[in-house]
Design a protein around this ligand. Structure first.
Ligand code: PLP
Length: 463
């Protein structure tokens, strides 16, 4: 994932300058649909249900902490993306957001393609039956063994990320007697996040080959000259949690400009461009993500317009949403442990997980919502910080939120929108056991990634 520093929002500024929060506008018993997966509701007693099952039953059967993934929501989002982009474009789900064999099967059934960026992700994809031609392989430092495996499997495309890799992939493809379909990842000098983007000439990052100083044009020259490679297009990826399409406007313009230069120099019009992922979701009520059809229209309008002005045939577009598909479909369920009111500051609520199951708050200063989900409450709202059980004071799950003041040990609380980059970035810090992922659909719940056990830990530790 690219850099994703998240500037503190105005809510943080309020706390710092005034030392307090104003009470939340909304009733804490009412769930904001925007941040919860589609089948989530509250039953008559105020208990949250997903896929028709109450969290109390889920906690009893699967324990806490655990991720609960709303399968029908996941499938609906896949269909929405694929229908929005239509038959003349390709949607690649970015597997690094969250990947398991069940997820691969859902993607396959819903007609999506899949991005992987490691041998482990590739193995998972192939093992679960994703056709190799529907897989794309990314990454700035793929090993020779990974490239071998991808080429042998007949992978749909490899996204070339360096000059060494151009030669490496060409060589391996030739040895296997194939022409490998490839794209070249270019850095377009745009970095986008939420409502801002920065456009510079040079980009100081590890991914891609720079457009600015002619490096990308040189990479294209070399790729076109090698028999083992079938150069199908140019790839760019500009950021994460993006709400504003202006960054894509600049990146698409620069990519199309490169296609025009390639046509002028080599007499070929590359048939595809990939605009990457990075589309934003709602973590809190303040986030307003766009619908897939709005994003599809905006991107295709931008590309069409730029191609018209460059007198190019409009290439086939691909996009790579990860977070925007899986992020909103899951929540993490925790049991409340200790509660410490700090007079004049806030109340620290400790849960049975933490930075080992959600590193995003510590790593990116990410914002999350939280709700009491095992019952309703009429108590006053209290300002809380939800923290984990790790030996680290930065072990924060939700930095600032409100929960009812009668919150007690044993209550269940849930953090929504944890489908992306939580289980996939989970760690064993403090020898924590990584939580399971449970898929819930139509009144049935099944484990798709089981909880780690102490035996798992000891098995790796060979003494
Ligand atoms: C991370 C990444 C994505 C997915 O990003 P999201 O923010 O999850 O949509 C897509 N493409 C590339 C190349 C990536 O590195």
């Amino acid at each position: 994932m690219s850099r994703s520093a998240h500037p503190a929002g105005p809510r943080h500024a309020d706390v710092l300058t005034e030392g307090h929060y104003s009470a939340p506008a909304a009733d804490l018993n009412v769930l904001d649909e925007k941040v919860w997966s589609r089948t989530v509701t509250r039953d008559a007693d105020g208990a949250l249900t997903v896929g028709g099952i109450t969290v109390a039953r889920l906690a009893e059967e699967f324990g806490t902490p655990a991720y609960f993934l709303d399968e029908s929501d996941f499938r609906a989002r896949c269909r929405a993306w694929s229908e929005a982009f239509g038959p003349d474009a390709d949607v690649f789900y970015a597997g690094k957001a969250f990947l398991s064999r069940a997820v691969v099967r859902w993607l396959k059934e819903e007609g999506l393609n899949l991005d992987v960026c490691s041998g482990g992700e590739l193995t998972t994809a192939l093992d679960a039956g994703m056709p190799a031609e529907r897989i794309a392989f990314h990454g700035n430092n793929k090993t020779v063994a990974e490239i071998e495996r991808a080429v042998e499997a007949g992978i749909g495309r490899i996204v070339l990320d360096s000059f060494q890799e151009i030669v490496r992939v060409a060589h391996i493809a030739q040895r296997h007697g194939v022409r490998q379909r490839v794209q070249i990842r270019v850095t377009v000098g745009v970095e986008a996040h939420t409502h801002e983007f920065i456009a510079t000439a040079h980009e100081d990052q590890k991914f891609g080959i720079a457009l600015a100083d002619g490096q990308a044009a040189e990479a294209v020259r070399r790729a076109l000259s090698l028999d083992g490679l079938d150069l199908i297009g140019v790839h760019s990826h500009i950021g994460s949690q993006i709400f504003d399409m202006a960054g894509f406007e600049v990146s698409a313009r620069r990519v199309v400009q490169l296609l025009a230069e390639i046509r002028d120099e080599h007499g070929v019009e590359l048939p595809e461009i990939d605009l990457g992922g990075g589309l934003g979701i709602a973590y809190t009520s303040e986030d307003d993500p766009r619908e897939p059809h709005e994003i599809a229209k905006a991107l295709s309008d931008i590309v069409t317009r730029e191609c018209e002005s460059a007198k190019l045939r409009t290439p086939r577009i691909s996009v790579e949403p990860g977070r925007a598909i899986v992020g909103p479909t899951a929540f993490t369920l925790y049991e409340v442990g200790t509660i410490k009111p700090l007079e004049g500051l806030r109340t620290y609520v400790s849960v049975d997980g933490g930075m080992s199951d959600n590193i995003r708050t510590a790593l990116y200063d990410a914002e999350y919502s939280v709700a009491l989900v095992s019952r309703a409450s009429d108590a006053e709202p209290m300002l809380v910080r939800v923290v984990g059980k790790h030996c680290e004071s930065g072990d924060i799950v939700v930095k600032d939120a409100f929960l009812p003041a009668d919150l007690a040990p044993g209550d269940l609380i849930a953090v929504p929108a944890t489908g992306a980059y939580c289980r996939s970035m989970a760690s064993n810090y403090n020898h924590a056991l990584r939580p399971p992922v449970v898929a819930v659909r139509d009144g049935e719940a099944r484990v798709i990634v089981r909880r780690e056990t102490e035996e798992d830990l000891l098995r790796l530790d060979v003494g």
